[in-house]
Write a protein that binds this ligand. Structure first.
Ligand code: CMP
Length: 543
């Protein structure tokens, strides 16, 4: 008993089909040219009935599917076969050609037609072809092959019939006679009809009328079918094109700017290139849970293989996550996550790359690529998003919602711990980066040299203040001796930008210069500053 999916059985079907087609070509030729005298044709005439009888036996021994189950009960199989193709198969298997050849030395047209009985098996060749093709071959291609096959077979049979009716008035050899007949058939069937070969006898004329009618009908059928068939060879592409046409018509109708239209078209092109325009989640939506799991695991195998976090995870965990992933696409420049917002999803990157930016978008914390994930911190610690995520290019992401994330985290503490570790590491990295950025910017504000010196007499002393300088080791301060014009040090290793000179001039202005000694070496002396002593207010004479 064969299983209907058995490979041997499929091979047998293919073999029988091939022999049937060969028979359909050779048997009519052997009828008109008396091929039975040639050994090859004679062998074929013997082989066909034997093979067809064997096929009937195979059919009686092949189970079939009913309501999803394989039926192998002999009585059910027999009943089903008897009710369907058995009679045709039996007629095709009868060795009528051989019997007629032996019993009737000069058979008439009717007997010759009867000997074409094996051709009856062709009636279910289409069904057989679809069964052999299964899901591996595009059904539209199979239909196209069948259409061409039937057209050629009809042309072949008509050519043979034309030879049978017209004989060989010009005494041509067999090949030339056949080619001429085939030429006549094609011109007539395609309604071209040059009129170079015309019917003479009444029988020929009647035959031609029929063939012309057949030609007109076939022509219509071919025109109607071919366009449809070709469009359906790539169903996805046809649907995608129609969708894009509709969208573009709408965009034009609403006067959407051309730049935006181009962006939309690019997005659809990306969808086509990356997933043939299919919405995966919609396709598997209607499947029962078990089948959905298997298909999801199959579809998402790539992402599971890419994410290092999943590689050490168990089957159950992967199943749980994968079943709840939703594919989403982002276009270049899209903001996927905004710092400070409340987060309800995390994402795994399947294709493309994203930038992780600080809230002010001035610092790029990291660039994440395929196999990495983001958005876990907000879910894990129930806090606002710690960073903004922006797509650098087209990104295929898989989204996991908070609800599912929480469930997974609760059920798989090991997994939770690993995510936690990474989240903490990321946060620490960001903090460190922010701090160094802050101190860098602070440093940038501190000048290189002493730019501003302020001083004033406070009683007998002068107090001086000036700005901090970058990269400082200490300051030096000198005072000018107004008599000799020489500068004398009053401070040599000052760490703060201020000092008090207890011995300034009292009657005349005191002049100072200050410089910074930096880690890179001594800086330049500042311009001299003169500090005027305060003269006590003269008392206004009282009137
Ligand atoms: P969440 O705070 O939810 O949203 C922003 C996400 O950016 C954050 O989760 C992390 O997943 C991710 N992220 C933050 N900082 C870094 C970083 N230094 N490296 C990689 N990813 C980060």
């Amino acid at each position: 008993m064969f299983n209907p999916e058995n490979k041997l059985r499929t091979a047998w079907d293919f073999f029988v089909l091939a022999i049937t087609v060969l028979g359909a070509i050779v048997i009519p030729l052997s009828v008109i040219f008396d091929f039975s005298s040639s050994t090859a044709a004679a062998v074929l005439l013997w082989v066909i009935p034997i093979l067809f009888i064997a096929d009937i036996l195979v059919q009686f021994n092949t189970g079939f599917y009913r309501l999803g189950k394989t039926v192998t009960r002999r009585s059910s199989i027999a009943l089903r076969y008897l009710k369907s193709w058995f009679v045709l198969d039996l007629i095709a298997a009868l060795p009528l050609g051989l019997i007629i050849g032996v019993l009737v030395p000069d058979p008439g047209t009717v007997l010759l037609l009867i000997s074409l009985n094996p051709l009856v098996k062709l009636i279910h060749s289409g069904t057989t072809l679809y069964r052999i093709g299964g899901t591996r071959v595009n059904p539209a291609i199979l239909r196209l092959v069948l259409l061409v096959f039937w057209i050629l077979l009809v042309a072949h049979l008509v050519s043979c019939a034309w030879i049978l009716i017209s004989g060989n008035p010009d005494s041509l050899d067999s090949a030339s006679l056949y080619i001429r007949a085939f030429y006549w058939t094609i011109t007539t069937l395609t309604t071209i009809g040059y009129g170079d070969i015309v019917p003479i006898e009444p029988a020929q004329t009647v035959f031609v009328i029929f063939i012309e009618l057949l030609g007109a009908a076939m022509y219509g059928m071919i025109i109607g079918n071919i366009a449809n068939l070709i469009a359906n060879i790539d169903v996805a592409k046809t649907q995608y094109r129609e969708k894009l046409d509709k969208i573009n018509a709408f965009l034009n109708y609403r006067n959407i700017p051309h730049d935006l239209q181009r962006k939309i078209n690019n997005y659809y092109n990306y969808l086509w290139e990356s997933r043939r325009g299919y919405d995966e989640s919609a396709v598997i939506e209607g499947l029962p849970v078990a089948l959905k799991t298997t298909v999801s695991l199959q579809i998402n195998r790539e992402i599971i293989e890419k994410v290092p976090l999943f590689q050490t995870a168990g089957e159950d965990l992967i199943r749980e996550i994968v079943l709840n992933l939703t594919p989403v696409v982002f276009t270049p420049g899209d903001t996927i996550v905004t710092a400070g917002e409340v987060g309800f999803q995390m994402y795994f990157i399947s294709q493309g790359s994203v930038d992780v930016l600080s809230a002010d978008e001035q610092t790029v914390y990291a660039t994440l690529t395929a196999g990495q994930f983001f958005g876990e911190i907000a879910l894990l610690l129930s806090m606002p998003r710690t960073a903004t995520i922006r797509a650098r290019e087209y990104c295929d992401l898989y989204r996991l919602d908070k609800e599912n994330f929480d469930r997974v985290i609760q059920r798989y503490p090991d997994f939770a711990e690993r995510i936690n570790e990474l989240a903490e590491k990321r946060q620490a990295e960001n903090e460190a980066m922010q701090k160094s950025k802050e101190s860098e910017s602070k440093e940038k504000e501190i000048p290189e040299e002493i730019e501003e010196i302020q001083g004033e007499y406070t009683g007998e002393a002068v107090s001086l203040r000036w700005n901090w300088v970058r990269d400082l080791r200490y300051y030096e301060v000198v005072r000018k001796n107004p008599d000799t014009g020489k500068w004398i040090y009053i401070e040599r290793k000052l760490l703060e930008p201020n000092t008090t000179d207890p011995h300034p001039e009292t009657e005349r202005p005191t002049t100072y210069r200050i410089r910074a000694i930096k880690t890179s070496g001594p800086g330049a002396w500042s311009d001299p500053v003169e500090i005027e002593p305060v003269t006590p207010d003269k008392e206004e004479p009282q009137e």
